[in-house]
Design a protein around this ligand. Structure first.
Ligand code: CAA
Ligand code: FAD
Length: 379
């Protein structure tokens, strides 16, 4: 076992760090305050190859390994968790799902612009009545011969308005339960496809989250992904990898809050000494550093297993479960270490605390990760 990063991985980490400092840090507070999407920064992310990091260069991607992806996600989430979720959805749900399961025509038409960052993708599984209970899909796609007729509503979709390409999960045969579900590639602008208003959120306010409404949308047959009935397996397998992305986002939020707290604790004085000299504060920092280090190892392990082609359902869920708790615990303590300043936007940690919460909810809540892990280990 080698705990050293390669030259290439170190280079990617540095490039992501430089990008985050130069392009994301300025304006992050303002974007949070006004729920503003980081349009310019996302464009640059695409140019730098951060939106199709693991995609084969023949499909427009950067051809990097998953550990490099974890490193880049951490650096970006450390500064701006909203930009990180845009990156995570595009990379590990949309591009990864398309590269693994789409046919050549679909890849050339849809994957290439997504991997290059010329277009943004969205992954549409959740519905008003089917979040954790994802097999209870109410959106239907009726086989009409050479096209499907799509009807229904998707909820809380990340990149909802920014995306051009949407992977939509829908029920095609109720009798068959989750084996009667399919996944489709849907384009923005198709007749009957409406985008709801932007959600007002507690955190990751720079990302755009929307409901999507489909009314008699005609989806050409060639836009179905895989064999008939493959949609639920598609969604689950894609989410196994996606959870590494969200775990890395959580890791980055935690690392960001920790670094700010360490610096603050060395500078801020109370009772004639820097607060780091009070053991109550020093121990908080020790706990943060330990939890973050463990979270990072779980992310690396799941990423390395993914690159080895192993089943990552358990390791991905473990990484997300642990890293998201780390993000929450760390950011709460970061606010505490900052005292009154911790409650003020200028010091960043209050935003990080709000951003951290979502990592315990999306791509499967922490309770769902425990279901995935416990079912996996019981097998
Ligand atoms: N990997 C591969 N296959 C899996 C799987 C996994 N992690 N979990 C379940 N499956 C398969 C099962 O093997 C089964 O297939 P077979 O019948 O062929 O064996 C099928 O899926 C149904 O599984 P269960 O019988 O376990 O179904 P269930 O209804 O009891 O539970 C669940 C399923 C695991 C809870 C699933 O519904 C789930 O993962 N829910 C959470 C949904 C989720 O993560 N949504 C995220 C939306 S995207 C998002 O959030 C993006 C973002 O924010 C940025
Ligand atoms: P519910 O399923 O109603 O759960 C409510 C509570 O009950 C949770 O605590 C849950 O853990 C618990 N619970 C439910 N079932 C069980 C059980 N069997 N055992 C124990 N506890 C249980 N979805 C997408 O498809 N694409 C996206 O891009 C996307 N982006 C999102 C962005 C944001 C900002 C948000 C808020 C959500 C996003 N989602 C997206 C949806 C997200 O994946 C769901 O919100 C999440 O899966 C939980 O579903 P739910 O909200 O319906 O909660």
């Amino acid at each position: 076992m080698d705990f050293k990063l390669t030259e290439e991985q170190l280079m990617i980490q540095q490039a992501a760090r430089d990008f985050a400092q130069a392009e994301l840090l300025p304006g992050v507070i303002e974007r949070d305050e006004h729920s503003k999407f980081p349009t310019e920064a996302v464009k640059i992310m695409g140019e730098l190859g951060f939106l199709g990091m693991m995609v084969d260069p023949k499909y427009g991607g950067s051809g990097l390994d998953s550990v490099s992806y974890v490193l880049a996600m951490e650096e970006i989430a450390k500064v701006d968790a909203s930009a990180a979720v845009v990156m995570s959805v595009n990379n590990s749900l949309v591009c990864a799902g398309m590269e693994k399961y789409c046919n050549e025509e679909q890849k050339m038409k849809y994957l290439v612009p997504l991997a290059k960052g010329e277009k943004i993708g969205a992954f549409c599984l959740s519905e008003p009545e089917a979040g954790s209970d994802a097999t209870s899909q109410k959106t239907t796609a009726v086989d009409m011969g050479d096209y499907y007729l799509l009807n229904g509503t998707k909820n809380w979709i990340t990149n909802g308005a920014t995306a051009s390409t949407y992977l939509v999960i829908a029920q095609t045969d109720v009798e068959k339960g989750h084996k009667g579900i399919n996944a489709f590639i849907v384009e923005k602008g198709w007749e009957g496809f409406e985008i709801g208003p932007k959600e007002k959120k507690m955190g990751i306010r720079g990302s755009d989250t929307h409901s999507l409404m489909f009314t008699d949308v005609k989806v050409p047959k060639e836009n179905r992904i895989g064999e008939d009935g493959f949609g639920f397996a598609f969604a689950m397998n894609v989410l196994n990898g996606g959870r590494i992305g969200i775990a890395s986002q959580a890791l980055g939020i935690a690392q960001g809050a920790y670094e700010l707290s360490l610096k603050y604790a060395k500078e801020r004085k109370a009772f004639k000494t820097e607060i780091i000299n009070h053991q109550a504060i020093a121990f908080k920092l020790a706990d943060m550093a330990t939890q973050i280090s463990a979270a990072r190892m779980l992310c690396f392990k799941a990423a390395a297993e993914k690159d080895n082609g192993e089943d990552i359902s358990i390791s991905g869920a473990m990484a997300k479960l642990f890293a998201s708790k780390t993000a929450m615990d760390t950011t709460i303590e970061a606010v505490q270490i900052h005292g009154g300043n911790g409650y003020v936007a200028e010091y960043h940690v209050e935003r990080m605390m709000r951003d951290a919460k979502i990592t315990q909810i999306y791509e499967g809540t922490s309770e769902i990760q425990k279901i995935v892990i416990s079912r996996g280990i019981a097998k």
